[in-house]
Design a protein around this ligand. Structure first.
Ligand code: PLP
Length: 337
């Protein structure tokens, strides 16, 4: 078992790196300027309006996903995942020996409601990485209600949720686990910490898995994260200040290319997915870009074979515009031959 996405990132370096889906990291000393630490469980409990029994810390979102799916392994017969999707999510069910059904969500994640069946888990990122398409709170509620009725489960990788949803209170929790971390909305240069929120019984089962693998000792990370989480508006403003000019530039370039490319983008995500209107494979496009000094992530690693994912939040505007100008020229070259 290997994660091709990670190999791609570790094997390739470029002057213009727009492959990351996080934000320009901030440092611990920046965080210290923002305020004083407090009890992280209380902070999380307030943000989500959930009992502390419905919440646990984790070492990151992927660990949360692993713990949640492992915890319900014996309660399900199959896992439904989607394409395109973040590769570790697509790999995990098979790694745990679970039967997996992959669903194409070209028309949006709301289609998932048709796949809620007894003894089934739906496991997906919301918003979707790489497309950014997402389920609103009421759409999640519809699917969660159906899951409760049918004795099935939802594991929702919500690492990008805060980019599209300001108010996180009262997410439906029954039969559901949401996994989060500091890795995206709150990217820090020197640590990460995660948390899971959901059905109390499922959270306890997931905690048992974490206890088996690596019991939590994270006082330091938790105290920094408690400051971060008390400053969500500050992070939102900072993120938008980086993302929006880059997004506008990408859209203006897309328009100037007169239909040669299609950009999938949802407000206010730190990623966009670019497909070309000509028949060029994602690996070929990404490799051509690499030759010109631009690192992106080919769609291939998300299970689709046209296009590349670009990050809008992890580089400054100057680097982003240089990179996108090259992307535009490379696509023009490949598609107008
Ligand atoms: C959908 C998704 N989940 C999880 C992760 C990684 O999360 P963490 O670093 O918190 O384990 C990423 C990173 O890109 C991601 O895109």
């Amino acid at each position: 078992m290997e994660i091709g996405h990670f190999r791609w990132l570790s094997e390739h370096k470029a002057d213009l790196n727009i492959a990351s889906s996080g934000m320009i990291p901030i440092s611990r000393s920046d965080i210290e300027q923002l305020g004083e630490p407090t009890n992280i469980m209380e902070v999380l409990s307030n943000i989500y309006n959930a009992s502390t029994k419905a919440i646990s810390l984790t070492h990151g979102t992927q660990e949360g996903n692993f713990a949640a799916l492992s915890a319900i392994k014996s309660m399900i017969d199959q896992v439904v995942t989607v394409v395109p999707e973040y590769e570790p999510i697509r790999i995990l069910p098979g790694f745990l020996g679970l039967k997996q059904v992959e669903v194409n969500v070209g028309n949006g994640l709301s289609e998932l409601i048709n796949y809620v069946k007894p003894r089934t888990a739906l496991f997906f990122s919301n918003p979707n990485n790489p497309l950014g398409a997402y389920l609103s709170r009421s759409e999640i509620r519809d699917i969660a209600d159906e899951a409760r009725r049918k004795s099935s489960y939802l594991i929702i990788d919500s690492i990008f949720l805060e980019f599209v949803m300001d108010e996180l209170r009262n997410l439906p929790l029954e039969n559901t686990v949401y996994t989060f971390s500091t890795s995206k909305f709150y990217t820090v240069d020197s640590f990460k910490i995660g948390w899971i929120i959901g059905d109390e019984e499922l959270i306890q089962k997931a905690v048992n898995v974490i206890d088996l693998v690596s019991p939590l000792v994270m006082g330091l990370e938790a105290s920094y994260a408690s400051i971060i989480l008390q400053n969500r508006d500050w992070f939102r403003r900072r993120n938008l200040g980086i993302i929006m000019p880059n997004r506008e530039y990408l859209m203006s370039i897309s328009e100037s290319l007169g239909g040669l490319i299609n950009v999938s983008y949802f407000n206010h995500m730190p990623i966009a997915y670019i497909t070309t209107k000509c028949d060029v494979g994602s690996l070929k496009l990404a490799n051509e870009l690499l030759n010109k000094g631009v690192l992106t992530v080919p769609g291939y690693y998300f299970g689709i074979n046209n296009g590349v994912r670009v990050g809008l939040g992890s580089v400054n505007h100057d680097t982003f515009t240089k990179a996108i100008n090259i992307v535009a020229n490379v696509i023009k070259g490949l598609c107008t031959k």
